[in-house]
Write a protein that binds this ligand. Structure first.
Ligand code: SF4
Ligand code: SF4
Length: 154
């Protein structure tokens, strides 16, 4: 049985900082439903536009607007794909040095498992949870896999 390449320690580091939490159309619908709002009302209260993308806003504390100190994600069941997929982002899958660098920010990544294990478990996880996106204006770039990592789905 291979070691687990990742096990979240709930430190909250990945919920801090501006900009990365892109909302796809599916994310917007799911999050609005989770909050019992219609999509325009959810976007008005929680999101902002950045170029051609829509992303979650940050709170005054520098964390995502939904992060609750001491508890974690306040919308766990409604969180966006990008949050579900971390740390199995394309850059960390294709580049072992990126995988090494994220270990200082994300204590859930297990260095002992090795990058190869991280890649195979990560790709399995992304497909199993429907987190692989096709390129497009709505797609989070981190979830568009390189051809070498893509699988044909039956
Ligand atoms: S930084 Fe890593 S270990 Fe910490 S909450 Fe995020 S995913 Fe979990
Ligand atoms: S939606 Fe939840 S998991 Fe995603 S960044 Fe915000 S607090 Fe973190």
């Amino acid at each position: 049985m291979p070691e687990a390449s990742f096990s979240c320690q709930r430190c909250g580091h990945c919920c801090q900082g501006q900009g990365g939490i892109i909302l796809t159309a599916h994310d917007r619908e799911r999050l609005a439903r989770h909050l019992n709002l219609d999509t325009p009302a959810m976007l008005e209260s929680c999101a902002e536009t950045a170029g051609d993308k829509i992303r979650l806003r940050m709170g005054a504390d520098g964390f995502c607007i939904f992060f609750v100190q001491g508890q974690g994600c306040g919308v766990h069941a409604g969180r966006p794909d990008i949050c579900r997929a971390w740390p199995y982002f394309r850059g960390n899958l294709v580049d072992a040095s990126s995988w090494e660098m994220i270990q200082s920010d994300c204590p859930g990544v297990n260095p002992a498992a090795g990058h190869g294990c991280f890649v195979s478990q990560g790709v399995d996880y992304l497909y199993a949870h429907g987190l692989v996106h096709e390129p497009g204006p709505d797609a989070p770039c981190a979830l568009v896999l390189d051809p070498a990592l893509k699988r044909r789905l039956a």
